[in-house]
Ligand binder design. Structure first.
Ligand code: CMC
Length: 384
């Protein structure tokens, strides 16, 4: 028998390119991020989440009439069927909101009459439905956890303002509105990260868009990916007093623990999304809410220590998930909802990648190098 030669194995697929793409550029050396050629700073300063969705899905900024139509399409798709809402609400006391959301998004397939139509046009319409409805579900699930009825969407509000409205029952303040728009923009897309890759793997089998993004949501949940923001805030809460920060982090590192919200496979410098969130921390450092001030102090002290110890030496810098926690707390959003907001924001990225990949689809099928035994003799169960 011919022997296979030991191949080069790329653990975690590090350094492997899976395709050419025109959606997103993550420049990990210079700490730059671009959606369809526009820097994340440019989009955050000038655009809003609805326009960023159009940009990601269609590859360019919309003209006025195109944007009005797109916004109206998004707003018309905000309601979900009674069955899916019932499912989400009834599970919400038993499961983590991220899991309820994943289950409910999967169930949205039941109400889509175009489910079986795999044309690019139908899939683009399904993407709009998913982007719109996932926000409605995320808000309703959080309310149900707290024994509250859902709030009907308000078509006069933007996607992100309406999300806050459906969550709290009140229109957001201008500060909350700006922050939530930033959060949705920063989380909208990030190239072939674990959840987008998972979405593509499922989609490459020609599974429908709902199945594919549900797979992506499962991958997003883990603390090494989208679950990191909740884990980072919980660490800050455990630290308790800002004066404990350095000792807590030193002890965690000495125990070989990872500090959630730091490090990245691609960025070996400061994540540009974290830099944008860091500037919000400076603005809110003297906020009147003592909890916000306390968490911000902990975050800033932890950032300094981590950069001193691991920044230049190991390329471990804050990522987008580190500073979100104190900011969400300031905006009145509980930690258990962070990953759902990440998923709601990222839905457009997953869909944009699926639409692009399906234009030149090929099933993903990587290899494993088998190192086990071969041709073993089968021994009867009584004789083992
Ligand atoms: N704290 C302490 N040490 C770290 C950290 C961290 N957060 N991240 C990486 N390291 C160390 C790691 O222990 C290893 O050290 P050594 O070489 O001595 O064994 C080295 O850096 C390389 O780490 P790795 O886990 O092999 O790196 P990776 O590229 O496979 O993983 C990562 C990237 C993001 C999963 C990892 O940095 C991590 O676990 N970070 C914490 C979780 C987190 O914040 N995730 C959110 C990522 S950004 C948003 C998103 O896309 O979801």
């Amino acid at each position: 028998m011919m022997e296979e030669t030991q191949p080069k194995i790329s653990s975690g697929l590090e350094g492997i390119y899976i395709q050419e793409s025109k959606i997103c550029k993550v420049d990990g050396i210079n700490g730059r991020l671009y959606y369809r050629g526009y820097s994340i700073e440019t989009l955050n300063d000038n655009s809003d989440y609805e326009e960023v969705c159009y940009l990601l899905l269609y590859g360019r900024l919309p003209k006025k009439d195109e944007f009005e139509k797109f916004k109206s399409d998004l707003r018309n798709e905000r309601t979900v069927s009674t069955e899916v809402m019932y499912l989400a609400r009834s599970l919400s006391k038993k499961m983590h909101p991220t899991d309820v959301l994943k289950t409910a998004v999967s169930a949205l397939a039941s109400e889509d009459e175009e489910l079986a139509d795999n044309s690019p046009e139908a899939n683009a319409r399904k993407a709009v439905r998913l982007i719109s409805k996932i926000a409605t579900l995320a808000a309703a699930i959080e309310r149900a956890r707290n024994g509250k009825e859902p709030v009907a969407p308000d078509p006069s509000l933007s996607h992100t303002d309406n999300f806050m409205y459906m969550l709290t029952g009140s229109k957001p303040s201008s500060g909350q509105s700006k922050l939530i728009n930033t959060m949705f923009i920063l989380h909208a897309e990030h190239s072939s990260n674990a959840s987008t890759f998972t979405t593509l793997v499922a989609g490459s089998t020609l599974a429908d868009i709902y199945s594919s993004v549900t797979a992506g949501m499962a991958a997003l949940k883990g603390p090494l990916h989208g679950g990191a923001d909740e884990a980072a805030l919980k660490m800050m809460m455990n630290i308790g007093d800002p004066g404990n920060t350095e000792q807590y982090i030193e002890d965690a590192l000495a125990g070989k623990q990872k500090i959630m919200g730091f490090g990245h496979r691609v960025y070996k410098t400061y994540d540009p999304r974290a830099r944008i969130l860091r500037s919000y921390l400076e603005e809110l450092r003297n906020d009147k809410d003592p909890e916000t001030r306390r968490l911000i102090e902990i975050a800033i002290r932890a950032e300094k220590l981590m950069i001193d110890k691991l920044g230049n030496s190991k390329g471990i810098w804050p990522n987008v998930d580190f500073f979100s926690g104190p900011l969400y707390v300031w905006a009145g959003i509980p930690p258990e909802l962070f990953t759902s907001i990440f998923a709601a924001s990222r839905m457009v990225g997953w869909c944009a990648h699926l639409l692009e990949y399906w234009t030149n689809n090929r099933i993903f099928r990587p290899l494993e190098f088998y190192t086990g035994e071969l041709d073993l003799k089968y021994v009867d169960i009584d004789k083992r």
